[in-house]
Ligand binder design. Structure first.
Ligand code: THU
Length: 138
C-alpha cells in the first residue's frame, strides 16, 4: 500500500461526510499493521458535541475489528491541507506512536509527517504502564 492509494481511499471516504452544519468534508484512511485499510468520514450531530472527526471514525472502525497498530493515516479535507485536530492527534498516538501522517490535497499534492512531529513530547499508554506514582502515594 503506497501513499497515493491511501490518499485515494481517504478521498473516497470524504464523499460520505455527513456535514449538515459545517459543510466541511473530511475523509481519512488508516493502514493497519496487517496492511488492511479502514476508512472514515466526519459525522456531525445536531446537538454538536457528539460529532466525530474522520480520523477517529476510521481508527475506531479498525480497533473495533481487533486492529490496534496504525502504520499510516491519510487525511483529506475541504481546506488545501487539513491537519488533524488535537483530539485526533492524541487518538492516532494511542495506536500509532510511530505512524506516518499524510496530509493530502490530492494524490499528487501531499505532505508527510511522523506523528511525533505533530504531537511532540506526548503522553501515552507507556506512561500508565510504567507508572510508579501509585506506589509512592500509598
Ligand atoms: N474535522 C475532522 O473530521 N477532522 C479534523 O481533524 C478536523 C475537523 C471535522 C469535524 C467537523 O465535522 C468539521 O471538520 C468542522 O470542524
Amino acid at each position: 500500500m503506497n501513499d497515493k492509494k491511501l490518499i485515494k481511499a481517504a478521498l473516497e471516504a470524504k464523499e460520505m461526510a455527513h456535514v449538515p452544519y459545517s459543510g466541511f468534508h473530511v475523509g481519512a484512511a488508516v493502514l493497519m499493521e496487517d496492511d488492511k485499510v479502514y476508512t472514515g468520514c466526519n459525522i456531525e450531530i445536531a446537538s454538536y458535541s457528539p460529532t466525530i472527526c474522520a480520523e477517529r471514525t476510521a481508527i475506531f472502525k479498525a480497533v473495533s475489528e481487533g486492529k490496534k497498530k496504525v502504520k499510516a493515516i491519510a487525511i483529506v479535507g475541504d481546506s488545501k491541507h487539513t491537519y488533524p485536530c488535537g483530539v485526533c492527534r492524541q487518538v492516532i498516538r494511542e495506536f500509532g506512536k510511530d505512524a506516518k501522517v499524510i496530509i493530502a490535497n490530492d494524490e499528487q499534492d501531499y505532505l508527510v509527517y511522523q506523528l511525533e512531529e505533530l504531537l511532540p513530547h506526548s503522553f501515552g499508554p507507556e506512561d500508565l504502564a510504567n507508572s510508579s506514582r501509585e506506589e509512592e502515594d500509598v
